[in-house]
Design a protein around this ligand. Sequence first.
Ligand SMILES: NC(=O)c1ccc[n+]([C@@H]2O[C@H](COP(=O)([O-])OP(=O)(O)OC[C@H]3O[C@@H](n4cnc5c(N)ncnc54)[C@H](OP(=O)(O)O)[C@@H]3O)[C@@H](O)[C@H]2O)c1
Length: 294
Amino acid sequence: MAELDGRVAVVTGANSGIGKETALGLARAGATVVLACRDTERAGTAADEIRAAAGTEDVHVVALDLADLDSVVACAVEIAERFDRLAVLVNNAGGIWSTRQLTAQGFEQTFGVNHLGHFLLSRMLLPRLVAGAPSRVVNVTSFGHHFAPLGMRFDDLQSERRYVSLEVYGRSKLANLLFTRELAHRLSGRSVDVNAAHPGPVRSGFGMDGDLGGIQGLGNKVVRLFEITPAAGARTSVYLATSPEVQGRSGGYWVRCRPGHMSHQARSDAQAARLWEVSEQLLAEAGFTAPPLP
Ligand SMILES: NC(=O)c1ccc[n+]([C@@H]2O[C@H](COP(=O)([O-])OP(=O)(O)OC[C@H]3O[C@@H](n4cnc5c(N)ncnc54)[C@H](OP(=O)(O)O)[C@@H]3O)[C@@H](O)[C@H]2O)c1
């Protein structure tokens, strides 16, 4: 029997790159897979390809724009209505943008999409993950969290005073790690394991297609020559979502299916707790409520 037979797995940003390969890996592991994607047309094409490659019909698409919290709420409500229990949530979607842009609710986009949208989605889906326990949350972070050596910069979370895309991206990936550790801590004893994965340098749509311009965009194209395939990049996410070897292990940072080296900032309990509180406050100020933990 495959690891996830008959159980439900949600993957954000699953229409391309690492997310699509992660969804394929989970479908091959027997899961009913939900692709939570901004571009539902591309997600439909990805779903067809996953169905054909995994030999299953059990692949579903739900709309999700992480840059609009109304869409995040609608996505969580639709998933909760359609599925009583979740086995896996992979918070994979993310991006890096060369200029400062805002989400629908006025948050800086990198923080808003990579962290805050996933924070709300996860909180809203937790009752279904607890109902499906033993279950797992995988947050796709990056080695890039090391590019935030000064931590979260709580005095300028929206990068209004200074916007350097790599730094802002690094902080959003640090936020993914701090959220991973805090959620793991708060869910301790509930059989919902929460871990973070660095996929490695992957040849995907990431930082391309005009997302990153100038010298960084050029650098990105050179780096491409040394990158691994999206399928290889998805391995750690699939491992953390499925492997019996990591059952009961929570709050970790994983690289190539092994424990990785978290930055000093990522290991800060104080920052993890503060980011949790501040994220709830920011959501509340925008008119959204993160439900209490189940
Ligand atoms: N590639 C790397 O070398 C690398 C290294 C370390 C970490 N990562 C992480 O890996 C994850 C996946 O990246 P990737 O390399 O697969 O990049 P990708 O091919 O660019 O895929 C990114 C995914 O995120 C989705 N996304 C972006 N903004 C969104 C929004 N507002 N709402 C919903 N979905 C949104 C994209 O959807 P659309 O198609 O609609 O844009 C796409 O499906 C990211 O979290 C990234 O930080 C990547």
